[in-house]
Design a protein around this ligand. Structure first.
Ligand SMILES: [Zn+2]
Length: 768
């Protein structure tokens, strides 16, 4: 019956015949290869940094930034629902700053302040999109590198990708974000804390190149508390069902614990300065803001700052106000490196030693509402007691008596307003370094949007020139945010919300471009095309929009128009890969395979190891029957991202074709372990088992494959055949009938069903 497994391959050009799965005599060879592989792993050197590095006079420095972590959701900051034992223990053996503040409630600009010792006015990196760190601005990693430190950075969120300049000064910069296997999430935007810690521990266990005795500066960035709040550990998801944001924090704390325990195990705790802080907090609904980015209230500006290590007293609380830009001078101070005169921040070492330092004011800003929404930007000046926010309707808050900033006292405290506002204006007059505003490429914009940063790249301004106060526009935000986060997962909801926003503010082009994405996700390609054509007419079509337009035209079968718009996007943005990736998809649909491959090769010239280009080249190689070529591409993907399930599955198919069924089945099983409802992997594993004569083992996988994709005639046929093989004729007939209902033109299945129906007793169908 094996020939039957090669039937009905489905409509996809890359679909692979189950007939590929005929067993070969390669099992022994595979076993040998596997043994060699295990042997190679087992023999890997166990030499680690600690065992080769001679003690150095300078301490190691570990900087940990936890994204989106509100200070008042940490146990040591008085939050009784917290599960942050690692951070709390660190506070007990070190110093906790009661009030620490960020300068910007946005990941990129705030980290720029942490790493450069300057406010955005100094470093010039003002928004997550559209900016890169100016080459003239020096980072703390460069300081440590120049002092002979080994430097490494591990980041977990796309806003810190090296393309924005954050890798400067790091010998190792790991910004490899996995594709992820959650269809609701945009790929390549986030790495969970366990994977980041794994990567850090691998780095720690690898001997460094260069001077072995040198200390290290290590920056670890965790991203989990950023929305959406879905703790990746099952017990925390359960424990924090009511407040999943806290569950995310607990998960990061657990992973940070693993890292610190490893250092402890290596005997490095006593010579490592650890500083844990955040880039910003999270509004959690306060002031009408769900997440962060627009407002300058303490909900998003107040962050934790805890440090411990050699020369740092245990269990101390400092009331000196710590600012993000103080991180760099403080760390240089503890490492014994010369202070920098070109930074705005100051070392807080004296405060950590128990001295009450004078309170230094803090500048804060967010240009997000201006650059992304077309509303007024916000700037603030904060002292120990008061915060002034410059806005169309200015605000003043008495932070001592009103820490939640509920009562605007700008009207009654005019003198203080004018004092603080003149200090703010003085700061704003300082020349900002020319921060090269880069145009945002399509892929960048897509990934930023997936994280909730809009990144249209164009501000939409009202004709009159008067910008809306974000406080007045904020009522649109819940709808806008719901629309943005649901655009792919619940497109109908997103379309409703974004349509309502556009009725209120037709100038919010970002709502229109997101609605186009939602229309596309709902399969309403013509409506998506209409929205994008409106943007094009208004001169608001970003490169990303052009890609979405091209994809929709392709989906609507308008291949020539699709190619035209994508070629235009390629011409206008020659360094951006996404139009080429989409163009390749058009060419594949046109069956112009050579042109498709050429487009992908152009992508690899722009971005080596571009995953989607590798994937398409692998698929194209398979189409040509070039099994080795395909294997090389898929294997490369798995080197870059070991968790890429589609590549795992395809490589399994290739291995089957090359007569390596054991390896293939291992890949299929791993794919299923990562994505238990992956219809393709389930079907292939079932097919491979059946082809090896293990029909009984194959049965449950065929059943799961049918459940995962009830419209797959292939899965139903496989299920029927496997049932026949184990003697279940009734069950087989049910599956075949279902398959024929879906596609009545399957003559061989009809014949098999007829055979079964005639009750061919005593005849094994597999030996017909
Ligand atoms: Zn952030």
């Amino acid at each position: 019956m094996r020939f039957l497994y090669s039937m009905r391959m489905g409509p996809h050009p890359h679909a692979l015949a189950l007939g590929d799965f005929a067993p070969r005599a390669g099992r022994r060879r595979c076993f040998l290869a596997l043994t060699l592989l295990i042997f190679a792993v087992g023999c890997r050197s166990n030499v680690s940094k600690s065992s080769v590095a001679a003690p150095s006079s300078r301490p190691n420095v570990l900087l940990v930034t936890i994204d989106t972590l509100r200070a008042d959701h940490v146990g040591s900051y008085g939050y009784d629902k917290a599960s942050t034992p690692t951070i709390d223990a660190l506070a007990r053996r070190g110093v906790r700053f009661e009030t620490a503040v960020a300068h910007v409630p946005l990941t990129g600009p705030s980290h720029a302040s942490i790493l450069t010792g300057q406010t955005p006015l100094g470093h010039g990196f003002r928004n997550n999109s559209g900016f890169i760190l100016a080459p003239s601005v020096k980072t703390v990693a460069q300081d440590f590198r120049a002092a002979g430190y080994h430097t490494a950075g591990f980041v977990s969120g796309f806003p810190l990708d090296r393309r924005f300049g954050f890798d400067r000064g790091f010998e190792t910069y790991d910004d490899r974000l996995p594709k992820g296997n959650d269809l609701r999430r945009t790929p390549y935007v986030e790495r969970f804390a366990d994977a980041t810690t794994d990567a850090v521990l691998r780095w720690l266990a690898t001997p460094p190149e260069g001077p072995q005795a040198a200390p290290w500066f290590l920056w670890v960035h965790y991203y989990d508390p950023h929305a959406p709040y879905e703790p990746s550990a099952a017990d925390l998801a359960e424990q924090y069902r009511q407040s999943p944001y806290d569950g995310e924090i607990a998960f990061v704390d657990r992973q940070l614990g693993r890292l610190l325990q490893t250092l402890e195990g290596r005997g490095e705790t006593g010579r490592t300065i650890v500083l844990v802080t955040a880039d910003h907090g999270e509004s959690l609904g306060e002031h009408g803001e769900g997440t962060h980015g627009i407002f300058l209230y303490d909900a998003t500006l107040r962050i934790p700052w805890i440090m411990a290590g050699p020369q740092i007293a245990a269990g101390r609380l400092s009331r000196t106000i710590a600012r993000s830009m103080d991180v760099l001078p403080t760390l240089l101070d503890y490492a014994g490196l010369p202070p920098r005169s070109d930074v705005d921040g100051r070392s807080l070492r004296r405060a950590a030693d128990g001295e009450q330092m004078s309170d230094a004011p803090a500048y804060a800003e967010s240009l997000y509402s201006e650059l992304e929404l077309g509303w007024a930007p916000l700037h603030a000046w904060r002292t120990a007691g008061f915060k002034f926010i410059k806005a169309p309707h200015p605000e003043l808050y008495d932070l001592q008596n009103d820490p939640s900033e509920k009562t605007n006292r700008a009207g009654e405290l005019g003198v203080r307003v004018s004092d603080l506002s003149s200090q703010l204006d003085l700061a704003l007059r300082q020349p900002t370094p020319s921060a090269p505003a880069q145009s945002v490429d399509a892929e960048t914009a897509e990934r930023l949007r997936a994280l909730g940063y809009v990144s249209g790249g164009h501000a939409s301004r009202p004709a009159g020139g008067v910008l809306r106060d974000p406080k007045d526009g904020v009522r649109l935000l819940p709808k806008l945010n719901r629309g943005m986060s649901a655009a792919r997962s619940e497109p109908e909801l997103a379309i409703r919300e974004l349509t309502a926003v556009l009725e209120d503010d037709p100038g919010l082009f970002m709502a229109r471009r997101t609605r186009a994405v939602a229309y596309a996700a709902a399969g309403k390609h013509e409506l998506a095309i209409a929205d994008l054509r409106v943007l094009d007419k208004e001169g608001q079509l970003t490169p990303e929009d052009a890609v979405v337009l091209g994809d929709n035209l392709r989906s609507a079968g308008r291949l020539e128009e699709a190619a035209l718009i994508l070629q235009r996007a390629e011409r206008e943005n020659p360094s951006f890969p996404q139009p080429l990736i989409s163009l390749a998809a058009v060419r594949i649909q046109e069956r112009k395979y050579d042109e498709a491959a050429a487009a992908c090769e152009r992508v690899l010239k722009l971005v080596p190891d571009h995953i989607e280009a590798l994937r398409r080249l692998g698929d194209l190689a398979l189409l040509r029957g070039d099994v080795n070529g395909a294997a090389g591409r898929y294997a490369r993907i798995l080197e870059v991202d070991a968790g890429d399930v589609p590549a795992m599955t395809k490589l399994g198919v290739v291995r089957m074709r090359s007569g390596r069924p054991d390896e293939a089945m291992r890949l299929f099983r791993e794919a299923i372990a990562r994505e238990p409802a992956n219809a393709e992997a389930l079907l292939y594993l079932a097919g491979a088992l059946a082809a090896s004569g293990r029909s009984a083992d194959a049965l449950p996988y065929f059943e799961r494959a049918v459940k995962a994709d009830p419209a797959s005639t292939m899965a139903l046929n496989g299920l029927g055949l496997a049932r026949l093989d184990v003697g279940d004729k009734t069950g087989a007939a049910v599956a075949f009938r279902q398959s024929l209902r879906l596609d009545p033109k399957q003559e061989d299945i009809a014949r098999t069903l007829a055979d079964v129906g005639q009750g061919a007793e005593g005849r094994s169908p597999s030996r017909r």
